[in-house]
Design a binder for this molecule. Structure first.
Ligand code: GDP
Length: 139
Protein backbone atom coordinates (compact mmCIF):
# COMPACT_ATOMS: atom_id res chain seq x y z
CA UNK A 1 0.00 0.00 0.00
CA UNK A 2 1.22 3.51 -0.78
CA UNK A 3 2.29 5.73 2.07
CA UNK A 4 0.44 8.70 3.48
CA UNK A 5 3.33 11.14 3.54
CA UNK A 6 5.36 13.04 0.98
CA UNK A 7 7.93 15.82 1.12
CA UNK A 8 7.95 19.12 -0.78
CA UNK A 9 10.07 22.25 -1.16
CA UNK A 10 8.78 25.51 -2.54
CA UNK A 11 11.89 26.49 -4.49
CA UNK A 12 13.74 29.86 -4.43
CA UNK A 13 12.04 31.21 -7.60
CA UNK A 14 8.53 30.74 -6.21
CA UNK A 15 9.46 32.12 -2.78
CA UNK A 16 11.17 35.16 -4.37
CA UNK A 17 8.19 35.79 -6.66
CA UNK A 18 5.83 35.95 -3.68
CA UNK A 19 3.99 32.76 -4.63
CA UNK A 20 4.48 30.85 -1.35
CA UNK A 21 1.01 31.60 0.01
CA UNK A 22 -0.80 30.77 -3.23
CA UNK A 23 1.12 27.49 -3.57
CA UNK A 24 0.39 26.44 0.04
CA UNK A 25 -3.29 27.28 -0.56
CA UNK A 26 -3.25 25.20 -3.77
CA UNK A 27 -1.72 22.20 -1.94
CA UNK A 28 -4.24 22.36 0.91
CA UNK A 29 -7.06 22.75 -1.62
CA UNK A 30 -6.00 19.42 -3.16
CA UNK A 31 -6.60 17.63 0.15
CA UNK A 32 -3.10 17.56 1.65
CA UNK A 33 -2.51 18.33 5.32
CA UNK A 34 0.72 20.17 6.18
CA UNK A 35 2.19 18.22 9.07
CA UNK A 36 5.51 20.13 9.19
CA UNK A 37 6.75 23.31 7.52
CA UNK A 38 10.00 25.29 7.61
CA UNK A 39 11.24 28.50 5.96
CA UNK A 40 14.98 27.99 5.50
CA UNK A 41 17.94 28.36 3.17
CA UNK A 42 20.14 25.52 1.91
CA UNK A 43 23.93 25.58 2.02
CA UNK A 44 25.78 24.36 -1.10
CA UNK A 45 26.78 21.26 0.84
CA UNK A 46 23.19 20.46 1.89
CA UNK A 47 21.81 21.14 -1.61
CA UNK A 48 24.46 18.85 -3.12
CA UNK A 49 23.58 16.15 -0.61
CA UNK A 50 19.84 16.51 -1.29
CA UNK A 51 20.36 16.15 -5.04
CA UNK A 52 23.27 13.66 -4.80
CA UNK A 53 21.50 11.33 -7.25
CA UNK A 54 22.07 13.99 -9.95
CA UNK A 55 25.75 14.57 -9.12
CA UNK A 56 26.98 13.28 -12.52
CA UNK A 57 24.39 15.19 -14.57
CA UNK A 58 25.50 18.21 -16.63
CA UNK A 59 22.95 20.42 -14.86
CA UNK A 60 24.08 19.52 -11.33
CA UNK A 61 26.05 22.74 -10.67
CA UNK A 62 23.23 24.93 -12.05
CA UNK A 63 20.75 23.01 -9.90
CA UNK A 64 22.78 23.51 -6.70
CA UNK A 65 23.47 27.19 -7.51
CA UNK A 66 19.76 27.75 -8.09
CA UNK A 67 18.68 25.93 -4.93
CA UNK A 68 20.99 28.07 -2.75
CA UNK A 69 20.08 31.35 -4.50
CA UNK A 70 17.41 32.23 -1.92
CA UNK A 71 15.20 30.89 0.84
CA UNK A 72 12.92 27.88 0.37
CA UNK A 73 9.93 26.46 2.22
CA UNK A 74 10.27 22.76 3.12
CA UNK A 75 7.18 20.80 4.17
CA UNK A 76 5.87 17.31 4.92
CA UNK A 77 2.41 16.59 3.52
CA UNK A 78 -0.12 13.96 4.53
CA UNK A 79 -2.80 12.37 2.33
CA UNK A 80 -3.68 8.88 1.12
CA UNK A 81 -1.44 7.97 -1.83
CA UNK A 82 0.56 11.12 -1.05
CA UNK A 83 3.62 10.67 -3.31
CA UNK A 84 1.76 9.88 -6.52
CA UNK A 85 -1.11 12.32 -5.94
CA UNK A 86 1.34 15.13 -5.18
CA UNK A 87 3.35 14.44 -8.36
CA UNK A 88 0.07 14.94 -10.24
CA UNK A 89 -0.52 18.23 -8.40
CA UNK A 90 2.93 19.66 -9.25
CA UNK A 91 3.07 18.54 -12.91
CA UNK A 92 5.98 17.65 -15.20
CA UNK A 93 9.59 18.67 -14.37
CA UNK A 94 9.67 20.92 -17.45
CA UNK A 95 6.91 23.51 -16.90
CA UNK A 96 6.33 23.87 -20.65
CA UNK A 97 5.16 20.23 -20.53
CA UNK A 98 3.23 20.52 -17.25
CA UNK A 99 -0.52 19.98 -17.52
CA UNK A 100 -2.78 23.04 -17.19
CA UNK A 101 -3.64 23.84 -13.59
CA UNK A 102 -0.62 22.11 -12.08
CA UNK A 103 1.66 24.12 -9.79
CA UNK A 104 4.53 24.10 -12.28
CA UNK A 105 2.19 25.13 -15.09
CA UNK A 106 0.90 28.02 -12.99
CA UNK A 107 4.05 29.23 -11.22
CA UNK A 108 7.23 27.88 -12.91
CA UNK A 109 9.24 29.59 -15.64
CA UNK A 110 11.83 27.00 -16.73
CA UNK A 111 13.12 23.48 -16.08
CA UNK A 112 15.70 24.76 -13.59
CA UNK A 113 13.48 27.35 -11.91
CA UNK A 114 10.48 25.04 -11.65
CA UNK A 115 8.83 26.35 -8.46
CA UNK A 116 8.45 23.16 -6.45
CA UNK A 117 9.86 19.76 -5.52
CA UNK A 118 7.89 16.60 -4.78
CA UNK A 119 9.32 13.25 -3.66
CA UNK A 120 9.28 10.51 -6.30
CA UNK A 121 8.87 7.48 -3.99
CA UNK A 122 7.81 6.61 -0.44
CA UNK A 123 11.42 5.72 0.32
CA UNK A 124 12.70 9.11 -0.87
CA UNK A 125 9.87 10.91 0.94
CA UNK A 126 11.11 9.41 4.21
CA UNK A 127 14.75 10.27 3.44
CA UNK A 128 13.90 13.83 2.37
CA UNK A 129 11.55 14.55 5.30
CA UNK A 130 14.18 13.40 7.79
CA UNK A 131 16.76 15.56 5.97
CA UNK A 132 14.85 18.67 7.13
CA UNK A 133 12.82 17.56 10.16
CA UNK A 134 14.13 15.58 13.15
CA UNK A 135 10.60 14.48 13.97
CA UNK A 136 10.50 12.36 10.78
CA UNK A 137 13.71 10.43 11.36
CA UNK A 138 11.83 7.20 11.94
CA UNK A 139 8.65 7.54 9.88
P1 GDP B 1 11.62 16.33 -10.44
O1 GDP B 1 11.51 15.08 -9.60
O2 GDP B 1 10.42 16.58 -11.30
O3 GDP B 1 11.98 17.56 -9.61
O4 GDP B 1 12.82 16.11 -11.47
P2 GDP B 1 14.23 15.39 -11.34
O5 GDP B 1 14.36 14.63 -10.04
O6 GDP B 1 14.48 14.67 -12.61
O7 GDP B 1 15.27 16.60 -11.30
C1 GDP B 1 15.47 17.35 -10.12
C2 GDP B 1 15.54 18.81 -10.47
O8 GDP B 1 16.68 19.04 -11.29
C3 GDP B 1 14.36 19.32 -11.29
O9 GDP B 1 13.24 19.67 -10.53
C4 GDP B 1 14.96 20.51 -11.99
O10 GDP B 1 14.97 21.63 -11.10
C5 GDP B 1 16.39 20.09 -12.22
N1 GDP B 1 16.55 19.54 -13.58
C6 GDP B 1 16.14 18.35 -14.08
N2 GDP B 1 16.45 18.20 -15.37
C7 GDP B 1 17.10 19.35 -15.71
C8 GDP B 1 17.70 19.79 -16.91
O11 GDP B 1 17.71 19.12 -17.95
N3 GDP B 1 18.30 21.03 -16.87
C9 GDP B 1 18.32 21.79 -15.73
N4 GDP B 1 18.93 22.99 -15.76
N5 GDP B 1 17.76 21.40 -14.57
C10 GDP B 1 17.16 20.20 -14.57
Amino acid sequence: MSGKLTFTMIKPDAVANGNTGKIIDHIIGKGFKMVAMKYTRLSAEKAGEFYAVHRERPFFKDLVDFMISGPIVAAVLEKDNAVSDFRDVIGATDPSKAEAGTIRNLYAKSIDANAIHGSDSDENAAIEASFFFNAFERF
